[in-house]
Design a protein around this ligand. Structure first.
Ligand SMILES: [Zn+2]
Length: 251
């Protein structure tokens, strides 16, 4: 029995590794990556304190399932190790996994359109179409950027800023998306960047935005719940796309 459950735990961790590795490759496909920075993580243990994270300065296009670091949020030696993670990644993901139980998976990056919005005085997504309305009242906005997240306090501040939300527009910085599974977090990140692109394009016309009233925006946002299953279908088919071109993310 013990052997069986150990095997199941290994199997679970491996599946997480494969999905997270796929998310890195797909971030390149969608042009959300930036040099060798940014970071995605996934909690392995029930309390979220043991989690997988990408190795420091490895290009997203080359990340394999076996490359992901297995870390513990309370391991004070982590940053002393030879294969220590990126300091900013350690601060953000260690703090969020330890403090935000619903953040089983945490994707943090600087995708171009969402990051452009985060550079505005008001980075909020206005409900002007179905994709922007998806985030109506469902997005934390952090306007207290404290510089590069390389201090423990900045990590804890980011964890608090999530509140009970799963999606955060980080002013002067980028975005963080938390989710129950890699597929669900990835889908939210996908639609967040799509919605931000629509906002930036709409703003760029200089014409007034036709913002939905709160009732219509809420109705539209709630209607997205009927499409929750699309996250798994989309992610599965994106993995099949990777399998056709470069399946090494599974290694
Ligand atoms: Zn960042």
């Amino acid at each position: 029995m013990a052997v069986h459950s150990l095997h199941a735990a290994d199997e679970h961790e491996w599946q997480l590794r494969v999905d997270l590795a796929a998310a890195f490759r797909l971030a390149v496909h969608f042009d959300w990556h930036e040099s060798v920075g940014n970071h995605f993580s996934a909690a392995v243990s029930e309390d979220g304190k043991t989690f997988l994270l990408n190795p420091r300065w490895q290009h997203f296009s080359a990340i394999r399932a076996s490359d992901l670091l297995l870390l513990h949020a309370e391991d004070k030696e982590t940053m002393e190790r030879e294969n220590a993670p990126d300091p900013s990644a350690w601060c953000i993901h260690g703090s969020v996994h330890a403090a935000v139980p619903h953040a089983r998976v945490l994707l943090h990056c600087h995708p171009p359109y969402a990051t452009a919005l985060c550079g505005l005085k008001d980075p909020s997504l206005k409900p002007i179409d179905q994709n922007t309305a998806r985030f109506f009242n469902r997005c934390a906005i952090d306007l207290d950027f404290g510089g590069m997240a390389d201090e423990a306090e900045e990590g804890r501040r980011i964890a608090r800023a999530f509140g009970n939300h799963s999606i955060m527009m980080m002013g002067n910085h980028g975005v963080s998306v938390a989710g129950e599974t890699v597929a669900k977090a990835f889908e939210d990140l996908y639609f967040l960047e799509r919605a931000a692109k629509t906002m930036v394009l709409a703003y760029s016309t200089g014409q007034p935005l036709n913002v939905m009233d709160d009732t219509l925006a809420e109705k539209t946002a709630a209607a997205w719940d009927d499409y929750a299953g699309a996250a798994d279908a989309h992610f599965e088919q994106l993995k099949q796309m990777l399998d056709r071109t470069d399946p090494t993310y599974r290694d």
